[in-house]
Ligand binder design. Structure first.
Ligand code: TEU
Ligand code: CA
Length: 577
């Protein structure tokens, strides 16, 4: 299991202080990136065969979604061995070669750290099922609700609903007790109150750092410290309450993060850390990313990706229209709050979210290219570290499955059956899934126009989006006006102009329904971004922006870049003199 790293892994890279501020991160979802052996599932040798593509794009860091040993109940976010690679993805040697190949190209690697929970097939949990085991207390075991028969309806210790529908408690015959799982029943939550658990995790993290990794993306890390395990008041018509509201951001979160940082030398070794934090607020993010606290470098907030769900509704599938002023306002609040202390992460999508261009842009053939470019421009002109999700740099779109048989994602499947059992209309449920299902992001990477988009020579585990004939990497590399080249230029701008990294951020025209415009200022340098965030013409009120006399256009979506009348999804970045 814990074989020594091969020589190759030791090619390490320089990590100056705060190097991650000027970096662009590229997320790889291994299952859907590139398949080397024709079994229809992406794997590590597949990734290694595509490293020149990443170097050409110019990214600085790869965040690798989980490749560890796993029963794959949640595509690898259910880990049964933290120190081994799942055979589906390859072997530890393959990972060593991937790390070396990235490092040779000056690209760093961030591993996904999933330590709020393990798989129920992890040896820790297998031992913990025995009430007499010293590992019993490594997970959250509780007796049934007082007065209820073990295993009977309503006997769960609290009325919490898991993130994947159904109770967050699973009954275990052997001891007559329940264990807590905020996600699937195959993802039992670790008990971070137990110092032995924390020690075991820090040891494992150190083992990965010694193997050459440059940092960690920490899965649902704000759930590791839990608030008191008690009942909440359900919404009308419901019997359970969403677990996140009750557990997230527990009282010992800052303490655990600081302890981890010291035990692994996260800051001491200039490793990069980003904490995924559903239910985080500006306040929790500020304390977690204040350098004085030595916890994390940045967090993924969920606020801006919740604006298209109904406020006070039943969750992400309860759809609501998105308003541009609300989106700008939210991003601006985070910019302002983390201007002096801490640091932002900037993302539109990832493996859990719909495709950015389908959600925030316009994925019709007329507007797809320009809206994908404009989304990227707006993202990269905010202050923080940008994250690109595989295929976003091509303007890949949602897949719009129409039947439940097409879905593979556990969240989608469980939501579908739960919603139907609550009496919801099947059309409504399928519509919500087509808009929000995680499988939208998980269709295979579109490499070229050959069969299955060049992703596999076999049958892909999830069908390729039919638009791969036009939307694919090979075609976009050839076309200097493609979304791919727009991303390349944005990344280069960041590397060439410190104002993009460090400049003070200011939002102009916060209430405008179509225009998104900001300035970035560093010493005597001012950048101005203007963007039409709509599929209609729009004009920028001249009095609302700085004087453009003598301004240089650094990057634009359209050729004629003078007028303040903007085409649909037209955007520009100016350097003012
Ligand atoms: O996601 C956590 C999370 O809260 C959501 O994004 C989740 O995917 C779901 O949409 C909630 O409605 C992380 C991982 O990114 C995700 O892939 C895992 O399924 C989850 O944790 C459990 O490990
Ligand atoms: Ca494979």
């Amino acid at each position: 299991m814990t074989s020594e790293p091969t020589q190759a892994a030791v090619v390490s890279v320089d990590r100056p202080t705060d190097w991650w501020k000027s970096a662009v991160v590229y997320q790889i979802y291994p299952r859907s990136f590139a398949d080397s052996n024709g079994d229809g599932i992406g794997d590590i040798p597949g990734i290694t065969s595509r490293l020149d593509y990443l170097a050409d794009l110019g990214v600085d860091v790869v965040w690798l979604s989980p490749v560890y040993a796993s029963p794959m109940d949640d595509n690898g976010y259910d880990i049964s061995d933290y120190q081994d690679v799942d055979p589906m993805f390859g072997a530890l040697d393959d990972l060593d070669r991937l790390i070396a190949g990235l490092h040779e190209r000056g690209i760093k690697i961030v591993m996904d750290l999933v330590v709020n929970h393990t798989s129920d097939e992890h040896s820790w949990f297998i031992q913990s099922r025995d009430p007499a085991s010293p590992k019993r207390d490594w997970y959250w075991w509780r007796p049934p609700r007082p007065g209820f028969e073990p295993g009977s309806e309503g006997a769960e210790p609290t009325n919490w609903e898991s993130a994947f529908s159904g109770s967050a408690w699973q009954f275990d015959e052997r001891s007559g007790e329940y264990y807590l799982h905020l996600f699937s029943p195959k993802q039992p939550d670790l008990n971070w109150e137990n110092p032995e658990v924390r020690r075991a995790i820090y040891d494992m993290m150190n083992w990965w750092v010694d193997r050459g990794v440059d940092g960690f993306r920490m899965d649902v890390i704000n759930l590791i410290s839990k608030h008191e395990l008690g009942d909440g008041v359900p919404l009308p018509g419901r019997t359970r309450v969403s677990c996140f509201f009750f557990t997230a951001n527990g009282p010992r979160l800052d303490e655990f993060l600081a302890e981890m940082n010291a035990a692994v030398g996260l800051d001491a070794r200039n490793l990069v850390t980003v904490g995924e934090m559903p239910g985080s607020t500006i306040e929790t993010a500020r304390s977690a990313t204040d350098p004085e606290n030595h916890e994390l470098n940045m967090v993924f907030t969920f606020e801006h990706v919740s604006l298209d769900s109904r406020p006070g509704g039943s969750g992400k599938f309860d759809l609501a229209p998105l308003s541009l002023p609300a989106l700008k306002k939210n991003l601006n609040e985070w910019q302002v709050a983390l201007a002096e202390v801490g640091w932002n992460s900037l993302y539109w999508d990832n493996h859990d979210q719909p495709r950015a261009v389908s959600r925030f842009g316009d994925d019709s053939s007329e507007h797809r290219v320009n809206s994908a470019k404009t989304l990227a421009t707006v993202q990269h002109m905010h202050r923080g570290t940008p994250y690109i999700y595989q295929g976003e740099e091509l303007g890949m779109t949602n897949t719009y499955f129409s039947s439940i048989e097409q879905y593979r994602d556990i969240e989608s499947l469980r939501y579908h059956s739960d919603a139907l059992s609550l009496g919801m209309e099947v059309e409504t449920v399928l519509h919500s899934l087509s808009v929000k299902s995680r499988d939208n992001a998980r269709t295979p990477m579109q490499w070229d126009d050959s069969s299955h988009a060049g992703f596999t020579e076999g049958i892909p585990w999830l069908p390729v989006n039919p638009n791969y004939l036009t939307v694919n990497a090979a075609a976009e590399i050839e076309d200097p006006n493609s979304v791919f080249h727009h991303f390349r230029k944005l990344i280069k701008l960041r590397h060439d102009h410190p104002v993009v990294v460090y400049g003070r951020f200011e939002l102009l025209l916060p209430d405008h329904e179509q225009i998104w415009t900001v300035t970035r200022t560093l010493d005597d340098q001012v950048l101005l971004m203007i963007a039409n965030w709509s599929s209609q013409l729009a004009s920028v009120p001249p009095e609302a922006i700085p004087d453009l006399t003598g301004a240089q256009v650094l990057l634009a979506t359209h050729e004629d870049s003078a007028a303040l009348e903007l085409e649909p999804w037209e955007s520009r970045i100016y350097l003012l003199s």
